[in-house]
Design a protein around this ligand. Structure first.
Ligand code: UD1
Ligand code: CA
Length: 450
């Protein structure tokens, strides 16, 4: 990685009206994290030494997300939307602090990779003043065009200001730009707004640098990396692109996906080797899966840690705070939440295990339910190692089942069960010989009489 210092300026002041949303556009999520988070993760991976984020007026929520991801990010407010160069200049104080390289990105372009940022920035080390990132969209309408001559970038022409010949150019401006740190302010301060939109265009930086006798160059990126998101449709397109990337990288790292197109990951999903994921599985944020885990079909996981050799599903739901130690088995229609289940324990059918700790080797029979909530507060259930809970038992928390204890089928357990004890908590069975036969005869008789 380069040892040059890097100031990143992320433009996030867009209104995103086409999203038709109360939520600011850049806080919409792709693969479980906000678009702003994606961009900041990429810039961090590309070696950002300082980060400035430009937000619209009153956008404390966007500012909070920026500093959540990059705690020392500087947030600037662009009070009026007067164009992309004006937006970058909202971060003037950060630019004045100086950096070898400056990288400008849009927060609504979430799929850009760190390698591409490195490629965009590289020419600055060789003396270029400006580098722009180009791509070739299927339909160039609306984009600025990169006017090149050999390796040189001559100008970026906005569609509205372009001649017919310039409009015919298919190489378009993605919007990301690298500027030499020592020239950035001088260039930006000279950008005017004498154009058809009356805006301060960042893209004018190219011609200003060249007029100074400095060089400007273009790098090229894949359409899939620089797709901007302006609508829910484009949000879904970005999701599809990112999911495809995540699936390919999971498989490349040794995960078997039987039907990759039906498995949905979060950007932060961590998977070990020889994990098998059956069809129709959703990974929400915060999931870590160890080696040799099998995730059967139709599982939903979020905020869960699975140690090696765990097996879950089909149809298991692991909610936040789930921790499964080695070899734990979670079967069909089982839900876990804030539950630490130790090695080798089994919860195989139709259970809810919440706010609980289950010791190693315990067996929770079908339909075991932790009753953890009284409508006001949550309570914990403690199940000792090797305990055996009979089917259809309700464990009314707070309650402790001692290690090695047995709970008889159909129990409602309201007080602690000591180690190695047997607890039976159900009403006694009553048998009345012949009762059913007599009952049917009496009813049939009554019916006949009307
Ligand atoms: C811009 C580029 C264009 C490029 C296109 C790629 C300019 C002049 N044009 O055009 O060459 O092909 O992006 O999508 O740069 N923003 C602010 N404050 C502003 C204006 C914009 O924060 O005052 C932010 C927006 O939130 C957005 C980004 O900058 O994230 C781009 O702004 P937008 O108005 O969409 O630029 P385009 O006209 O699409
Ligand atoms: Ca745009």
């Amino acid at each position: 990685m380069s040892d040059r210092s890097l100031l990143v300026v992320v433009l996030a002041a867009g209104e995103g009206t086409r999203m038709k949303s109360r939520l600011p556009k850049v806080l919409h999520k792709v693969a479980g994290r906000t678009m702003l988070h994606h961009v900041l993760a990429a810039t961090r991976a590309a070696g950002a030494t300082r980060t400035a984020v430009v937000v619209g007026p009153g956008r404390e929520d966007v500012a909070a997300e920026a500093t959540r991801i990059v705690p020392d990010a500087q947030v600037f407010v662009q009070t009026e939307r007067l164009g992309t160069a004006h937006a970058v200049l909202a971060a003037r104080a950060a630019l004045e602090q100086g950096a070898d390289d400056v990288l400008v990105l849009y927060a609504d372009t979430p799929l850009v990779r760190p390698e591409t940022l490195a490629r965009l920035r590289a020419p600055l080390a060789e003396g270029a003043a400006v580098a722009a990132l180009g791509f070739e969209p299927e339909d160039p309408t609306g984009y600025g065009r990169l006017v090149t001559s050999g390796d040189d970038l001559v100008a970026i022409r906005e569609e509205k200001d372009a001649t017919a010949a310039e409009k015919a150019v298919r190489f378009c401006n993605a919007g990301l730009m690298a500027l030499s740190g020592k020239d950035a302010l001088s260039i930006l301060d000279r950008i005017g707004n004498a154009n058809s939109k009356g805006e301060y265009y960042l893209t004018d930086a190219v011609e200003i640098a060249r007029a100074d006798g400095r060089s400007a160059v273009a790098a090229k990126a894949d359409v899939d990396e620089v797709a901007g998101v302006n609508s829910r449709i484009q949000l879904a397109e970005a999701e599809a692109i990112l999911q495809k990337r995540l699936r390919l990288s999971a498989m490349a790292e040794g995960v078997t996906l039987i039907a990759p197109e039906t498995v949905f990951f979060s950007a932060d999903t961590v998977l070990g080797r020889d994990v098998i994921v059956e069809p129709n599985v959703v990974f929400g944020p915060g999931v870590t899966v160890g080696d040799d885990v099998v995730i059967h079909a139709f599982c939903h996981l979020e905020g869960a840690q699975l140690a090696p050799g765990v097996s879950i599903g089909p149809y298991a739901r692991l909610r936040p705070g789930t921790r499964l130690d080695e070899g734990v088995r979670i079967g069909n229609f089982v839900e876990t939440k804030a539950a630490h289940i130790e090695s080798g324990a089994k919860v195989n059918h139709l259970s809810y295990v919440g706010d609980a700790h289950v010791g190693a080797g315990a067996n929770l029979g079908a339909g075991t339910i932790t009753c953890n909530y009284d409508g006001f507060f949550k309570y914990r259930t403690e199940i000792g190692a090797g305990a055996f809970i009979g089917v259809n038992s309700a464990l009314v928390a707070p309650v402790t089942i001692g290690a090695g204890a047995y709970v008889g089928t159909g129990a409602v357990i309201t007080s602690d069960v000591p180690e190695d004890a047997l607890a039976i908590a159900r009403s006694r069975q009553v048998v009345k010989e012949g009762w059913a036969k007599d009952f049917r005869a009496a009813r049939a008789d009554a019916k006949k009489k009307g």
